[in-house]
Design a protein around this ligand. Structure first.
Ligand SMILES: C=CC1=C(C)c2cc3[nH]c(cc4nc(cc5[nH]c(cc1n2)c(C)c5CCC(=O)O)C(CCC(=O)O)=C4C)c(C)c3C=C
Ligand SMILES: [Fe+2]
Ligand SMILES: [Fe+2]
Length: 343
């Protein structure tokens, strides 16, 4: 029997330093997130980052926390509940870090007699720090605990026409009545090194002005290319002229060189360029979370206005939008009915 495991990133149990610390430890000790040898990673994470960050992050989480929990978890549960009603196979929900775990999600499916699992990372663009780490962990768990199961991975959906359509529609609806000067597409950043590591050609990705727009097998796993494609397709769908939008990368940690341009740096420069009404969309996330609700809707807005900007509008993520639920359910039902897995 077929079944689906939806997987999102995860959140701490509560917005307190006590609960944020183990969550960040699990997250940042993941070798696909901080991809340096174990001893150096432990020194960086446990010796440096975890000394102050849990307190700071807990403070940020407290500002966005909902009555019923972390927005990312609450929204993921809503999506799960709604999708379940529209599909003909069992669907479980899991988080890469924290709870509900991938193992618990697979167990839930196994208990329902599922043997063929569609692994569905809830990220539009592929990255080793988001998609790959889910697939690797799920496979490790499968081998140990569920050897009778088979997996089908859902490829990154950054350019799928039905996804682009719902994303474009949601932006359009959210911007009704907001006559913006500029629309910024802000994606979660990753270190440049991650792009080179996931380049299957080992030579294509130069992280320059041309590699991401030159046809290559590397694009199937190039986060930067996939972000540019999502932006290109959405602005094409919405008919937004070139001088009215741009793309940046947010949420970098100190140390490495991360993908540029950086969201905070660019937003701070915008008012001086005549941009007074700014809208920001965050298509690396399908659910609102710390990075959209605090970093963009609160901090970026304050910075924009402190630098002379005016109205600021953060476009919500797709969350449990009815059209989006429909698209998710269609993809699942198509796979459930396919004779051959559509990997
Ligand atoms: C080396 C560090 C990080 C990489 C690489 C990274 C990639 C990455 N992350 C997401 C999605 C999310 N990240 C979120 C929070 C978050 N991310 C990092 C670090 C890296 N992410 C940290 C330390 C945190 C925690 C909060 C903080 O202290 O700033 C979230 C929000 C989670 C929530 O509970 O709301 C999401 C979602 C993607 C998609 C990605 C690679 C493309
Ligand atoms: Fe992150
Ligand atoms: Fe590229």
């Amino acid at each position: 029997m077929k079944g689906v495991l939806l997987v999102n990133l995860g959140s701490p149990k509560s917005p307190t330093a006590k609960d944020v610390k183990p969550y960040l430890d699990e997250f940042l000790m993941d070798k696909y997130v901080i991809d340096v040898p174990f001893l150096l990673r432990a020194l960086l994470v446990r010796g440096i980052i975890l000394r102050k960050r849990p307190e700071e992050s807990a403070h940020a989480y407290a500002k966005i926390w909902w009555e019923d929990g972390s927005p990312l978890i609450v929204i993921s549960k809503r999506v799960h509940e709604k999708v379940k009603k529209e599909v003909e196979v069992p669907v479980s929900l899991a988080m890469r870090y924290g709870q509900p775990s991938i193992e618990a999600g697979l167990q839930e499916l196994a208990d329902k007699g599922v043997t063929e699992v569609m692994l569905f990372p809830l990220y539009p663009q592929y990255a080793m720090a988001s998609t790959l780490t889910i697939l690797v962990l799920a496979e490790e768990i499968r081998k140990k605990k569920f050897p009778h199961m088979t997996f089908t991975d859902v490829p990154a959906f950054y350019n799928k026409p039905d996804y682009i359509k719902v994303l474009a529609n949601s932006i359009k609806k959210s911007l009704i009545g907001f006559d913006y000067d500029h629309l910024l597409f802000s994606y979660h950043g990753i270190p440049e090194r991650h792009i080179r590591k996931t380049d299957v050609t080992k030579s294509h990705c130069k992280i320059d002005g041309t590699c991401c727009v030159t046809e290559s097998a590397a694009h199937a796993f190039c986060y930067r290319h996939q972000c540019y494609e999502t932006t290109r397709l959405v602005v094409e769908e919405l008919g937004i002229p070139k001088d009215k939008y741009s793309q940046t990368f947010q949420s970098r940690l100190a140390g490495d060189k991360w993908l540029e341009p950086y969201t905070d740096v660019e937003i701070n420069k915008m008012p001086a360029k005549g941009i007074k009404k700014l809208a920001v969309v965050t298509p690396a996330f399908v659910s609102d979370c710390l990075e959209t609700l605090e970093e963009i809707a609160m901090r970026a807005k304050e910075d924009f206005q402190a630098n002379g900007g005016g109205d600021f509008h953060a476009v919500p993520c797709l969350n449990d939008d009815a059209e989006w639920i429909n698209v998710l359910a269609n993809w699942i039902n198509e796979w459930a009915h396919a004779e051959i897995p559509v990997a």
